[in-house]
Write a protein that binds this ligand. Structure first.
Ligand code: SF4
Ligand code: SF4
Length: 342
């Protein structure tokens, strides 16, 4: 009997470009995203039917890990209940965006591929299938461009769900400021730079000062729940001078938490090879500078792997192309390649 399970199979829902799934996790070379409804574009949902699909899947999972979840790092011992309610929400369906990041996995060309989920969540609540206490994550495209974004966030915060919003920061949002002020959730902005010039190269839009202004205002609203990300892009921002300028900005705006990350989709676009050769040193440098400045440092999953790679056995990574490449890359990291001056 396989006891590994996942709470998303029981109580999670992810709205994607053209489908609904249990989670938004894509892992282990294409697995993940267990589909609940195919060809979905915002139609009303038959909730009993959806929970029937979930129940059958959980029954199979209790016996043997289902294909979509095989190798997923979310699998853990989990005791399923018979409850037919949703408590964890992911909104990944919006393909409208006001940035054009070079590492973006999709064409976010502003063509408004983006259906309205507000009536769906309202219906879920009214029919009694909603459970408070979970988390609603809004992610890319750009959530502030979603239909009824403000109303949807309001619905969640009034009904006891914590929100997590990944935004470009280009469009300032009063509801995001309210979330922060009322301590109802957290906000993540990827700035990836410390200068207008580098920002433009990565985001391909001229909005650096707008985003800085947003960061300043959100930080005033609640600096404890604001995270500013720096995604390392090989050959563009993987140098100490840029990182130093980023830290100057973070200090000026009173930011308390920064995150360093790798963009796996960008690496995959180039046969898993597009990872900075300096990644190991840059993670070290971020650790050093956050300690010196008293800013907190978050490391997401791939960076955590980079740190673990110092001890990990190569043979354990060989089945995952990206992690294997990362391993090789970190092992070959050369201090001489980096502008290590301040
Ligand atoms: S185990 Fe992974 S792929 Fe499966 S539902 Fe959970 S998060 Fe999704
Ligand atoms: S902000 Fe996100 S969705 Fe928009 S272009 Fe950048 S990575 Fe893509």
């Amino acid at each position: 009997m396989n006891k590994l399970g996942c709470s998303f199979l029981e109580s999670g829902i992810n709205f994607d470009l053209n489908m609904v799934s249990d989670c938004c996790i894509s892992h282990n070379d294409g697995r993940g995203l267990p589909v609940l409804i195919k060809n979905y574009y915002g139609d009303p949902i038959d909730w009993e039917m959806l929970f029937d699909i979930k129940a059958k899947r959980i029954a199979r999972q209790k016996d043997q890990t289902i294909y979509d979840c095989l190798g997923c790092y979310h699998l853990a011992e989990y005791k399923y209940t018979d409850e037919r309610k949703i408590s964890d929400f992911h909104f990944s369906h919006c393909r409208s965006c006001n940035a054009r990041c070079i590492y973006c996995s999709e064409e976010y060309s502003g063509n408004n591929r983006n259906y309205n989920t507000y009536p769906i969540i309202k219906d879920l609540i009214e029919k009694g299938y909603y459970k408070a206490g979970g988390e609603a994550t809004f992610q890319g495209g750009e959530p502030t461009l979603m239909h009824n974004f403000e109303e949807l966030v309001q619905l969640f915060i009034e009904n006891g769900t914590t929100v997590r919003i990944h935004t470009s920061g280009i469009k300032y949002s009063p509801i995001i400021e309210e979330v922060l002020k009322k301590n109802k959730g957290s906000v993540v902005i990827s700035l990836d730079s410390g200068t207008n010039k580098t920002y433009k190269k990565i985001k391909q839009v001229d909005c650096f000062s707008k985003v800085c202004e947003t960061i300043k205002n959100y930080s005033i609203a609640n600096k404890d729940n604001l995270i500013i990300k720096y995604i390392i892009i090989p050959g563009i921002n993987d140098n100490i001078r840029e990182i130093e300028k980023f830290f100057v900005l973070m200090n000026n705006y009173g930011v308390k938490t920064v995150a360093i990350d790798i963009e796996v989709q960008y690496a995959r676009k180039y046969n898993n090879k597009n990872v900075s050769p300096h990644i190991f040193l840059l993670v070290d440098y971020f650790e050093k500078r956050t300690q010196e400045t008293g800013i907190n440092l978050l490391t997401y999953s791939f960076i955590s792997y980079v740190l673990k790679n110092r001890e990990i056995k190569k043979s354990l990574l060989i089945k995952n192309n990206f992690l294997y490449t990362l391993y090789i890359c970190t092992k070959n990291d050369k201090k001489k390649n980096i502008i290590y001056r301040r």
